[in-house]
Ligand binder design. Sequence first.
Ligand SMILES: [Zn+2]
Length: 427
Amino acid sequence: MIIFLDLDGTLTHTAHPYFKKMKDGIEDTDVEFIKKYVFPNALNFIKEQFLLGNKLYIISDSHPKYVKAIAEQIFDLPYLSLADKPNDIKTRNYIQSIPGLSEAFINKDNFILVGDSWLDIALGRLLNIRTVLTTFYNSNEIDTRDGIGDNRKQIKHGPTYYANNFDELAEIISNPWENLLALESVFQGENSSKAVKFKFQKHENGFTAFRCLARQEDGECDKYARADKYFQIDNPDRSTELLNKLAISVSTYLYRVEAQNSFNWDYLSYVSDKKTTTPPNKMKEIFDLVESDIPKVELFKWDENVVGSLRNNPDYKSRRDFIAKYLSIYESYDLKDKSVVVLDDQFTSSATAYEIATQLRNRGANNILFIALFYLILPLSNKICPKCGKGMQIKINRKKGNKFYSCTPPEYRGEGCGNTINIYNGF
Ligand SMILES: [Zn+2]
């Protein structure tokens, strides 16, 4: 395995603006001072990975003076400075310039990129390699980091993995398929119980947690994100095998949820299908296949007179109003002090999730776990159309599931020439 490591915020606790002049090469780098800010276990991690035969490289946006001093005198690792993340050109050139790396790059599974910001994740996606988002600092320090913002932004860029410490990072590198998100791992023949932790809200009598089991990519990404499977959910000819696999990922995740909590979950439900939904029973068929000890119930009902659909409502507020108006909880269920799990297919604007959580809490529910099979990650593309020079986007044929680059023409609300280029074998 070839491991690309971000420097500031990943190996060293130097994301604070205090270090900026050194990083920009304006001040000399005080290596002895920086040594005090190396994350605990960073050096051990590097040593262990070296002994396992893995190759490590530092990929940093900082100034050559700074990166060279730290890479050579503290970590003894080769490096690329001024990497210009998330632009992938310099990293690609670096890969091509190093014997062994360029050959290895033919198989993207040989690579993994580790970093603490969305810039690292976006770079990894443009390289089509797997990424690990690290959170080695305390969450209350996030706001003070230089312009990178809150953790939600990093999640929306769609890292393949998450690591809170170097032990977790080492485990991911040793067992890459077992550590994929639950739904992504199923399609590699593995059973993971990992989920994206979107949000956790503590209440007086409990909590609301939002979790997702797979990434639905838009554009460049590693090949383990599964937008293709998301689109197959809508396909009237979807296979039983697909439904089984989706259900297995939910069952596996729920098994861990049940094992972890000190209380029992009272109900397992799902966001019901409308009468007009195609295919009919789109979510019900998946829900019925989920295996869990939590009692299954249909809590939610759509108004008979529902007009339009969630997708036709463009923004968060109109989506939430749509749900509030047409989706409700059956009166017959007593939800006072109950703990409820709700399954849905997708977490996009999160309007459905928040509205449902609000309704459940208004009915007295204590703990709410909202699980979405997929969440849409931010779009990312840097392919240029060879015919007209405009930017191309990656699209997915919704029926067949194959990907292609599209220079989207005006009739599909693009500005391009209509050129398409097929993408073979994923990448
Ligand atoms: Zn074009």
